[in-house]
Design a protein around this ligand. Structure first.
Ligand code: HEC
Length: 204
């Protein structure tokens, strides 16, 4: 390309060019940007202070001390979280807060439709699995019994254990939904199986 006076760089090239010449490749003597030099000098000045602080004055924690204190902080956060959110206990009292609560029943209905309806029918009338709408229960009809059979399943009969699949809260929502089915008498429901659970033997 021919030399052109109208190039954007109006500076005197010879003044800023360095003496270096590598096979015709030359370089400008551009100073390093100020911020870059400040960082360079800053880190150089900081290094002896750091060595003093860590190894002699003991005012800067070492890597190991820093790690130990962060881990202690994690343990503290975890303990505080566990204290504020105790693990779910399937007691009659906790399950009673789900049973009859419309929001929990609705949540349980959605879970039932996806996970359970194929065997128990969407309305709970029973198909491969027994009728869940009557007051007869093979494995007991208290809230805790229902929670336990949902959690542990009845593997020999083809009812999967849902404990490893659904959270305890989801299973409690399913208990709420199953309880809400009682007495709905859907058409063509399966005949009762198991023993009747009446208000006397029920825990709610
Ligand atoms: C693959 C089919 C299948 C699926 C899916 C299934 N179940 Fe079952 N379920 C069964 C069978 C079969 C039984 C009967 C077990 C027995 O005879 O002991 C049963 C039993 C039960 C019982 C005990 C009934 C009683 O009379 O004691 C409950 C409660 C129950 N299921 C709830 C659920 C819920 C809730 C889900 C979804 C999370 C679910 N099941 C998914 C097949 C299934």
């Amino acid at each position: 390309m021919a030399e052109n006076d109208s190039t954007p760089s109006a500076r005197d090239e010879d003044a800023v060019i360095q003496g270096h010449n590598y096979d015709g490749i030359r370089e400008y003597d551009n100073p390093m940007p100020g911020w870059w030099l400040w960082i360079l000098w800053g880190t150089i000045l900081w290094s002896p202070l750091y060595i003093l602080g860590v190894h002699f004055l003991d005012v800067i924690p070492t890597y190991e001390e820093d790690l130990a204190s962060s881990q202690a902080e994690i343990v503290q956060i975890r303990e505080a979280y566990e204290a504020a959110n105790p693990a779910f206990q399937a007691t009659p009292e906790t399950l009673a807060q789900y049973v009859g609560n419309q929001d929990q029943i609705d949540a349980g209905a959605a879970l039932f439709a996806t996970n359970c309806a194929a065997c128990h029918r969407p309305d709970g009338g029973g198909l491969i699995g027994p009728n869940l709408t009557d007051e007869y229960w093979i494995h007991g009809g208290t809230d805790v019994d229902i929670f336990n059979v949902i959690s542990a399943g009845v593997i020999s009969k083809g009812m999967a254990p849902w404990g490893p699949i659904l959270s305890a809260e989801a299973r409690a929502q399913l208990v709420a939904f199953v309880r809400s089915l009682e007495g709905t008498s859907p058409p063509d429901a399966m005949a009762p199986q198991g023993d009747p659970v009446t208000a006397d033997t029920d825990d709610v």
